[in-house]
Design a protein around this ligand. Structure first.
Ligand code: NAD
Ligand code: FES
Length: 295
């Protein structure tokens, strides 16, 4: 069992929990994810790691209570426990493998959209711990939905907050903010890491392609079981079939076919859609898990 050590409400329907999971805390890296199963019958919920404390043995997760499982998860309180907390899963962020000297040569901009701010945080913290100053945009629909601003300010060189409705910080979406930094404030970037809703990552990638800035995105939102067996997170990157939970979650944003991913996500929601996808994709429908779970 995995005890909830701390629970906080960050914004309406957005929760943070510190979970006692020493083995995961010891071996996880920024970019990876865990699968939470609340109890025997609970759904498997893949969530990107927001922070970890190797000494205390805790892993921090942030989630939005949207579906029935995450709404039920939000009812858990500190002192209660989850049945399973599996991880770390997926590949670590590519930045983790670069030396501080290599990282310091690049001007890096992190773009965090809404709840996507949570998986951006450990990457920016990693940079700070390795002496690398980065810029970070945090975008949300309004002031109430901005999360982890103070935490991010402690680890990023510059934090730019933007809200769609202008209730706080710059007015506009994250792309408006990128354009302002590049065109009006003369900023130059070599690399963008954009994490947020799929539609945001699509439009950030279109913009950065025009600006000639290499871009990494995290396709965590299209995952369902997180094990390579359900086929939900199949996507095309360049001309290759990939699976977000096994090959990612991070990919080159200029190569991801976002439109196909978004269409596929809609189809995957229904039994008929899943049947069509299985027939159409044949052996490439799943990534080669055990093959025993079809629906
Ligand atoms: P949201 O819809 O409120 O969007 C957050 C911000 O993203 C907006 O304020 C805006 O600045 C930007 N954005 C959205 N659409 C855009 C567009 N078309 N063009 C440019 N910018 C745009 O997000 P939310 O409700 O806080 O986030 C929920 C989504 O985040 C879910 O879909 C969830 O799956 C996803 N998420 C992704 C990750 C990840 O690893 N990629 C992690 C956690 C959550
Ligand atoms: Fe099921 Fe990746 S989430 S195959």
């Amino acid at each position: 069992m995995f005890e909830i050590i701390k629970k906080e409400t960050l914004a309406p329907n957005i929760y943070l929990m510190d979970i006692n999971a020493p083995r995961v805390a010891k071996s996880c890296y920024p970019g990876q994810f865990v699968i939470v199963k609340m109890d025997e019958k609970g759904e498997r919920i893949p969530l990107t790691i927001c922070d970890y404390d190797r000494e205390a043995g805790t892993v921090t997760i942030v989630f939005q209570a949207l579906g029935s499982s995450t709404r039920r998860m939000a009812e858990y309180e500190a002192g209660e426990s989850f049945r399973d907390f599996t991880g770390p899963l997926g590949c670590k962020s590519e930045l983790v493998d670069e030396t501080p000297e290599e990282l310091k040569k690049k001007k890096i901009l992190f773009v965090a959209g809404g709840v996507g701010t949570a998986p951006v945080y450990p990457q920016v913290k990693w940079m700070k711990e390795h002496g690398v100053d980065v810029d970070c945009i945090i975008g949300a629909r309004n002031k109430e939905l901005i999360i982890l601003e103070d935490e991010m300010k402690q680890v990023a060189g510059n934090v730019y907050v933007t809200t769609d409705d202008g209730s706080y910080g710059f007015q506009g979406n994250v792309n408006d903010c990128i354009k302002d930094l590049v065109h009006n404030q003369g900023k130059h970037y070599d690399l963008v890491i954009a994490i947020g809703p799929v539609i945001m990552m699509k439009f950030v990638s279109i913009l950065t392609k025009e600006l000639g800035i290499r871009t990494i995105v995290s396709m965590n939102p299209i995952m369902v079981d997180g094990t390579g067996m359900c086929g939900a997170c199949r996507l095309t990157v360049g001309n290759q079939v990939k699976f977000a939970c096994v090959d990612g979650p991070e990919f080159d944003g200029h190569l991801v076919d976002f439109d196909e991913s978004m269409k596929r996500q809609q189809m995957y929601k229904t039994v008929e859609g899943r049947t069509v996808l299985r027939e159409r994709e044949g052996v490439t429908h799943k990534s080669g898990g055990c093959g025993c779970s079809d629906d």
